[in-house]
Ligand binder design. Structure first.
Ligand code: 5SP
Ligand code: FE2
Length: 214
């Protein structure tokens, strides 16, 4: 069975002064997940409004000490916990285990220069995030050369969630979708659109069409 398309607006591009209503707006527009880029701020349990308590929080940890965030993020209601393998090279499998113990879905992120071999091991992750820009901020240019990694992962793991993050929008989605990505993070292309719901549906359609024609 094909993996399911998941469209995840990146809240990094949202209006931070109105985070709760921005989240609600995206869910209303058809977002499957809310992508939360975590650099230093960490959500506290009381910060979630009741109306989006059920939303899937796809947390992308861009920190040097992901282990310190397992407990607080679990308490805050994180759904997915994706960390960068580059900062956890010696203990990433143990970290995956701890994330699972806390009831979150573990994911491992790869910077554009990190090879897929870095994430092959015995304690399987549930998602690999292939960064399509250098991590750091929104609005950067999509790097098509990262698609080789998506293709290699999809070939080897037909039912793994493969996420792409950075520079995704209507003009780049087909490259990612045809390479085999099914979880699509999009910040500026969604939040900057006149009609975000249209962009979300274009992204989802591209993933579904690529799956049907593969
Ligand atoms: O992780 C990151 C940035 O490193 C992101 O999730 C960005 O927020 C994506 O923004 P766009 O490139 O889609 O504008
Ligand atoms: Fe991200």
């Amino acid at each position: 069975m094909a993996v399911v398309a998941k469209i995840a607006p990146s809240m990094l591009s949202s209006d931070f002064a109105n985070l709760a209503s921005e989240a609600e707006r995206m869910l209303r527009f058809g977002a499957d997940w809310l992508h939360m880029d975590i650099m230093a701020l960490c959500p506290q349990p009381d910060n979630r409004s009741s109306s989006h308590r059920e939303a899937y929080l796809d947390c992308h940890l861009m920190v040097t000490n992901p282990l310190d965030y397992v407990e607080p993020l679990a308490k805050a209601g994180a759904s997915g916990f994706t960390f960068h393998v580059e900062v956890a090279k010696d203990y990433w499998q143990d970290l995956v285990h701890q994330i699972k113990v806390k009831g979150m879905r573990p994911g491992v992120a790869l910077k554009p220069g990190t090879p897929v071999e870095e994430v092959e091991g015995e304690n399987p992750v549930e998602m690999v995030l292939v960064m399509t820009v250098e991590p750091g901020f929104g609005g950067q240019k999509f790097m098509p050369e990262t698609m080789d990694k998506v293709r290699a992962l999809r070939k080897k793991y037909p039912s793994l969630d493969i996420e792409v993050d950075g520079g995704l929008g209507p003009s780049t989605i087909d490259m990612a979708a045809s390479a085999g990505a099914n979880c699509i993070v999009a910040g500026s292309s969604v939040f900057g659109a006149k009609e975000p719901a249209n962009v979300i549906s274009i992204l989802r359609k591209s993933v579904r069409d690529a799956q049907q024609s593969s």
